[in-house]
Design a protein around this ligand. Structure first.
Ligand SMILES: CC(C)(COP(=O)(O)OP(=O)(O)OC[C@H]1O[C@@H](n2cnc3c(N)ncnc32)[C@H](O)[C@@H]1OP(=O)(O)O)[C@@H](O)C(=O)NCCC(=O)NCCS
Length: 177
């Protein structure tokens, strides 16, 4: 579901997303069918250098960069004219890629890992870890993050939450005035 849009806009939004994904796959993007895209990522000019495993959630405004265009400054010089700088990006199963993050060429994100919102991932992220910042550094294990989320999770009425999430969330987090 594309949050905040009316039903018609959401329908067309989904259609456009489907088309863009179909096109990226035709261009060689590898992505498992059960991945969840919240907004359409920038897969860049070499989608065929991107592999995304099963059950990965990619949130909004995520960019995958498979080349380093910064070679611009010297690539016209004769001694550097044949230099190339590309790299495959591999996201393994069950990862979460936070909003607004950028994944640079050659990065591998291990299974069951989280990339925090706004991160710039320059190096491989080990399995079962949470990486954050620019450049992204491991800040915890997935296990510790899960335990912390569980410990901090408020008590709420599960049935009421299913029926009317907005009212339940406003009970937990009321307007300040
Ligand atoms: C990374 C994340 C999972 C960590 O959650 P958390 O463990 O509850 O994080 P905390 O708030 O306890 O922060 C732990 C440390 O990481 C830092 N940190 C948290 N999120 C960060 C981020 N996005 N970028 C950089 N540093 C971050 C905190 O500043 C803190 O640092 P400190 O120990 O030096 O004070 C969470 O912040 C996040 O980014 N989630 C993804 C959000 C998102 O993209 N949502 C999209 C919804 S569709």
């Amino acid at each position: 579901m594309i949050a905040g849009l009316g039903p018609f806009a959401a329908f067309f939004g989904r259609l456009i997303m489907k088309f863009l994904l179909w096109r990226a796959k035709r261009q060689g993007l590898q992505i498992a069918d059960d991945c969840n895209l919240v907004g359409f990522p920038v897969f860049g000019s070499e989608p065929y250098l991107i592999s995304i495993g099963k059950h990965v959630q990619i949130t909004g405004k995520v960019t995958f960069l498979t080349h380093d265009g910064a070679t611009w400054g010297f690539r016209d010089l004769p001694e550097f004219k044949d230099v190339i700088k590309y790299g495959r990006i591999t996201v393994h199963d069950n990862c979460f890629i936070g909003i607004g993050s950028t994944i640079l060429p050659g990065v591998e994100i291990g299974p069951n890992s989280v990339v925090a919102a706004g991160s710039v991932v320059t190096k491989t992220v080990p399995p079962n870890s949470v990486a954050a910042g620019s450049p992204a550094r491991v800040i915890s294990t997935l296990e510790d993050y899960a335990a912390k989320c569980a410990a901090e999770s408020p008590v709420y009425d599960k049935e009421a939450m299913k029926r009317d999430m907005k009212s339940e969330l406003l009970k937990l987090f009321p307007y300040p005035w």
